[in-house]
Design a protein. Sequence first.
Lengths: 216, 216, 216, 216
Amino acid sequence: MLKKLSEEQLESLLEAGVEEFARRGLAGANMRTIADRACISVGALYKYYGDKDGFFRACLDRSLEALDRTLAEVTSEEAGFREYARRIIQALLRFSREHAGYVRLYCVLAASGGEEARRLAGEIEGVTSRLYAGTIAAGQAAGDLRRDIDPAMLAFFFDNLLMMVQFAGCCDYYRERFRLYCGGTPEEQEDRLEQELLKFLESAFTFEQSEIVHRT
Amino acid sequence: MLKKLSEEQLESLLEAGVEEFARRGLAGANMRTIADRACISVGALYKYYGDKDGFFRACLDRSLEALDRTLAEVTSEEAGFREYARRIIQALLRFSREHAGYVRLYCVLAASGGEEARRLAGEIEGVTSRLYAGTIAAGQAAGDLRRDIDPAMLAFFFDNLLMMVQFAGCCDYYRERFRLYCGGTPEEQEDRLEQELLKFLESAFTFEQSEIVHRT
Amino acid sequence: MLKKLSEEQLESLLEAGVEEFARRGLAGANMRTIADRACISVGALYKYYGDKDGFFRACLDRSLEALDRTLAEVTSEEAGFREYARRIIQALLRFSREHAGYVRLYCVLAASGGEEARRLAGEIEGVTSRLYAGTIAAGQAAGDLRRDIDPAMLAFFFDNLLMMVQFAGCCDYYRERFRLYCGGTPEEQEDRLEQELLKFLESAFTFEQSEIVHRT
Amino acid sequence: MLKKLSEEQLESLLEAGVEEFARRGLAGANMRTIADRACISVGALYKYYGDKDGFFRACLDRSLEALDRTLAEVTSEEAGFREYARRIIQALLRFSREHAGYVRLYCVLAASGGEEARRLAGEIEGVTSRLYAGTIAAGQAAGDLRRDIDPAMLAFFFDNLLMMVQFAGCCDYYRERFRLYCGGTPEEQEDRLEQELLKFLESAFTFEQSEIVHRT
DNA sequence: TATGAATGAGATTTCATTCAT
DNA sequence: TATGAATGAAATCTCATTCAT
């Protein structure tokens, strides 16, 4: 097959890469296996992406772009914090169901160490962190959200919960862990998970320390 | 048993292994490097642990035992949920500071896929999940904690936040992510992190949905 | 014959080939690089020359033809040995300056081993060797040149010196070697080199062993 | 065979390397082939020499050391130029017969281009060039050698002839070229070659330009 | 028993060559 | 016919594992 690689073939190459890197990590992934899975030659793989690192980066970019698109859909319309949180939770649960490979790759990347990982963190988390912190600060200013916790920390806890819920949707370890805690798979429990997480967050974001003291 | 590896030598082997596996992952880790770091021959390493997977398992066990000991200290005395949460947060923050390698290794393991990861999740998370769920259910029964969320889910969210806070303490990616969200390193902010997380959890675990509706 | 490679394109292909083969040797040369340098497709290169060996051969032929032309100019007019030697030395020094790539290619070829190299030696050196030996034998018969050395050997030594002087002009190793012996580059010293070599050869070709014995 | 590589095995590795590099050049040589020829594993080859370049360098060093030893034997005793030249010619002819691979390797190296080749020229030719030029200058001072040619140039021509005679002894191309000029192999003609070259050099080194003019 | 050099399968990467366009 | 992307064999090099000492 000496035709130029079709768009689909290139897609399938990236998908195969995402899958393999997510499964075995950067070091463990096998370029030959990836090429074979996508039914293209190793030569073509190298022609397009230079080397293993370059190809890994391309797979990662593909994943992050998809995530960005998903978040962009959700955050394009203004909304209050509750509505906002609901939409993000739904969107990320769906993303984790439909693009399991992307999330797995992200999980693997985040677990890898070194300067490279640090640099990527800056690239990947910068936008989200500012978006969340901004929305939360606005909510606090409007009196919708508690004011006794730093908006940055609130954003941090919020994103932590979202990440873990995504990982639970598609990484083997985190899926099993979810089963142990909640019984059943994240898909089966998707609605319940969404609702309970929302309730959890609403309380956490709403009530101040002083109100607890009063109650006690 | 003429000349056997001393206890210290075996310890230093495991420490070197934890470090290397945490840094480079299972596939990327180099057995020679590990042996050299511990000043042990590769032959001895293989004699004691069979092969790379077996040694990885031993490193993991060592990490998990340390974590178990830390949690056991904290949970040995009965206490109400708030006190309990406070103690666990403190203990895990300290653990992540003092045993960075163990936590990193756990992070890497959790990111790895396959049957093996699933099996390990069962082994590792089983105890904790039952412990948390039990304590939370007791709190609900005693009227200390909200009753409108499944205790299993509450436990799940609780552990999620704890894991992420630990990762933030010692994994390169998560450390940098923390810096982006909160500015500064987890060590510098340890006290603040502890307090804010506690406040967050207290609200999340205390107030019911109906109370929010009332307030609005 | 709709669109054929123009004469210039073929020339530039051969020039690029000579350069690349001279620089990296037959095995080290890269067909893609050659085609790119000449702004020709690899496909066309293969269409015209079959394979790498075939193209190498074509580059070599081009080099040898240029050398033949240069020698033909010089040897077309009859002359005595001294005049003859002077012309050849001048011509080859100029050739090595103006066609460095050809000489380098020849040097590389001569260093390569195998049946092929032997066969090429026959092709390349046959004419020159007969030409030199003939001229020298004539000089001996005329009493211009010493008679106590086999003309074949005299021709051999003569050609050896010419080859080395050419290599000194354009091959990195031999250039540097010249600098170590004589200080300066062959271009800077071209006149001196020519004169000294001529003096050297004149004595070597003139005086017989017996004359040395007499002197002593 | 898990014993440490014996001295002989290491020798045979270097010999195999010299042979392969001489035959195919640095780029064309095959590390697997070399290891197989020496009946050792590729792993061991790489353990000892790091990479292909490092091993090439080791092979080259071995060759140069052998050459140095040979020249040292010859130049250890003081002698006049004629005796000196006779000894060197004999020694190098023998060297080229007995250590064909070393000379071939040297020939290949000298034909390779680039910065590396230049650097090696400095290393390799530095000693010889100074030795020759010194001896020749002494001969000129003593009135044994002609004074109308720069000793450096005389040394250069002298070494050129020696190199070519060596190449004629063991490089396929140069051997065939010798046959074309002189008929027969350099071994068959070794004595004659030695004597004729000596006569050639004696005249070249003895008689001044003015003497030729007188004769004419 | 501990050692660590040797092994060699297997990984990444290159590049001569082909052939659909 | 010329093109140059695709091919895949083959090269270099690594490293988990073995086993003679």
